[in-house]
Design a protein around this ligand. Structure first.
Ligand code: ZN
Length: 647
């Protein structure tokens, strides 16, 4: 590991807190040190209060901030004296501790201080850095981890046995650290958890962190346990979308709510999942107690979700029997899957959650392989990991009433996604918590949105091979398909019947109708597997029952689409798929400034749409038709004259 310190960059961060912000970001840049809210930092500053009195203030990273992007406002300022006196008490529950941390804040609007605040407070150094450095964790997660870290660091670190974060950890450190620390001390190691470094300057604390991590790397290197060779394995060639969607449905059923499932079929994941000893090494537990809430204690190997559920319930019952308070069990569904056919799957209630689980477990795989190469991976025992998973602060969080967004954990596909209405539908679904795949016949869909819960699919839906690949990509990214909004807003050139050529007519049927039929046909088997039942909304046009001279081709495609919708509602009723239709006055607006059936131009819409925009109404209504309001409605049509196209 290299120090990323740069004098010129550092100079742009003024003051003691500014320097704190700078090296916190440097730590955050290194995935092997911190991931997804892991790690925290602090600085002790002397400040004058409103009464003119000098006070020692501990600025510690607040919850909800990541080190990589933290700003000064992300640090919570607390009165140091109060914190130091707290640590002298014999017994403080973590709930009491959190209340006392809030009481010690000098700024009531600051973010919640880290649960490791008291440990930062008691270390008598200006700058304190804490990470969960992977190479050090790999060393500790072996049978003789303590001897190994002693061998690497000698008396330059103080070693603390494992304790739950919060008051207990601070108390343990306060009893051991002062007795063992000296001028030679560079850091403090928390067994099976992480590492603290410190110093008079931000640079010193940071560079000590890099040094300690690098020494662990070198130790692994010298024992041939650092470099992990990844065999050349090609991703699976055969379509897996039905297997994966079936698996996601089963996991969502066990969880009690729908989940996003991302799959990763690269060589690193595949080779790990195909190891002969994969069950033996992964079922020992996750690499750090701090990861258990994201990844669960162990991954599911293979596809027997019921067996995983039974094992989880046994694990819970065994350990919960020994706790004084009754505990509320978390859902017994896995969050990480390992399978020799497709590699790794990661789950969460949003695409962002599933991505965080992926990042963490990929690091876990590396830690497991380093430790295995050293002679054997040995993480914290189940009882320790259970203690973290059912920590009183986590139980309190679980018991708080929460209202997830209506489509949390669900997946939608929108066709014609780059058109005005299509794009507004994408945004309405994202706003309700769904992950969305946007399909469009041209490439402009690729640049319209950059976020982890949106997948752009430039695809000609009349090409069945391309469409299959698009659905395959959707399921790989998100796990299945729950909602489909069909908006094929193609308008044919206005032409009266007397002048219509057969090729113009065929072209209209092909572009509007063939693609919609193909999407419906291909999506059906996936919609059947939707945990809450599949939903389809077809956006047609009010032209269906209005005769507009010159619009024979366009209106006929919409009328046919309407009928296809009716048929689908009938045919799929027993599969739990609802199909409804929406006929807006302005449904057929193409991407930007196309031509309407009567030959006049559609206005090109600005990207920022006002809430009163009829396009927004159509999109919002389409999304609502997929939601609980329409839970018992199928085969219905809504005609909306949401304003005029002439705006
Ligand atoms: Zn920690």
């Amino acid at each position: 590991m290299q120090s990323l310190w740069n004098d010129q960059e550092a100079g742009q961060f003024a003051g003691e807190l500014g320097q704190r912000v700078y090296t916190s970001r440097l730590l955050g840049r290194e995935a092997a040190l911190v991931l997804h809210g892991g790690g925290n930092t602090s600085v002790k500053v002397r400040e004058r209060n409103i009464l003119g009195e000098e006070e020692d203030i501990l600025y510690v990273k607040g919850s909800g901030w990541n080190l990589a992007t933290v700003e000064a406002a992300g640090f919570a300022p607390l009165r140091l004296q109060h914190l130091l006196r707290l640590v002298t008490l014999d017994e403080v529950s973590d709930t009491q501790m959190v209340a006392e941390l809030r009481r010690a804040l000098v700024n009531p609007d600051a973010p919640g201080p880290s649960v490791e605040t008291l440990t930062h407070a008691l270390l008598p150094y200006k700058y304190v850095d804490h990470t969960h450095a992977d190479p050090i964790i790999a060393l500790m997660n072996t049978a003789d981890g303590r001897e190994r870290v002693q061998e690497v660091y000698g008396d330059q670190v103080v070693i603390i046995p494992y304790a739950l974060s919060g008051f207990r950890l601070a108390k343990t450190c306060s009893q051991i650290f002062p007795a063992q620390a000296g001028p030679q001390t560079l850091g403090m190691l928390l067994m099976k958890h992480g590492v603290f470094t410190f110093g008079d300057t931000a640079k010193c604390a940071y560079e000590r962190m890099v040094e300690l991590a690098t020494r662990a790397e070198s130790y692994l290197q010298q024992r041939g346990a650092w470099h992990i060779s990844i065999p050349d394995i090609a991703p699976p060639q055969k379509p897996l979308r039905h297997d994966l969607a079936t698996l996601r449905r089963e996991i969502s059923r066990v969880a009690g709510f729908p989940m996003i499932m991302a799959t990763h079929s690269d060589a690193e994941c595949l080779s790990f999942a195909r190891r002969d000893d994969v069950a033996a090494i992964t079922q020992r537990g996750c690499a750090s107690p701090g990861h258990i809430l994201r990844t669960r204690r162990v991954p599911l190997i293979g596809r027997d979700v019921e067996a995983y559920r039974r094992d989880y319930e046994t694990y819970f019952a065994t350990h919960a029997a020994h706790t004084p308070q009754p505990l509320m069990m978390r859902d017994p569904a896995p969050r990480v899957l390992l399978d020799p056919e497709y590699g790794m799957g990661t789950l969460g209630t949003s695409a962002q959650d599933a991505a965080a689980v992926h990042d963490i477990y990929r690091q876990t795989i590396r830690i497991i392989l380093h430790a295995t190469a050293l002679g054997g991976y040995e993480p914290s025992p189940p009882i320790t990991l259970f203690g973290m998973e059912y920590w009183e602060l986590e139980q309190a969080r679980m018991r708080k009433p929460r209202t997830p967004p209506p489509f949390a954990g669900e997946v939608a596909l929108v066709t014609g996604a780059a058109s005005d209405i299509g794009r507004a539908c994408v945004e309405a679904l994202l706003a309700r918590g769904a992950a969305v795949a946007g399909l469009h016949s041209t490439g402009e869909v690729s640049t319209m949105l950059k976020r982890p819960d949106f997948l752009a699919l430039p695809c000609d839906a009349t090409d069945s091979r391309a469409l299959e690949q698009a659905l395959e990509a959707t399921v790989q990214a998100f796990g299945g398909l729950d909602m489909l909004i069909i908006h094929a807003g193609i308008i044919s050139h206005p032409c009266r019947i007397a002048d219509m050529s057969l090729s113009a007519w065929h072209n209209a049927m092909h572009r509007s109708l063939d693609s919609s039929l193909m999407v419906l046909r291909e999506a059906c088997s996936l919609l059947r597997l939707a945990p809450r039942g599949g939903r389809v909304v077809i956006i047609a046009s009010s032209n269906v029952d209005e005769a507009q001279p010159g619009a024979a081709a366009t209106s006929s495609t919409r009328a046919a689409l309407e009928h296809i919708g009716h048929m689908a509602a009938e045919e799929w009723h027993n599969d739990g798929i609802r199909v409804n239709m929406l006929h807006p006055t302005i449904a057929a607006a193409p991407a930007a400034g196309g031509t309407r059936a009567d030959g006049t131009k559609w206005p090109a819409l600005p990207i920022e749409k006002s809430p009163g925009d009829p396009i927004i109404h159509i999109a919002e209504l389409s999304a609502e038709m997929c939601g609980p309001l329409f839970a018992t409605i199928t085969g219905t049509q809504l005609r909306i004259g949401a304003g005029s196209a002439e705006r």
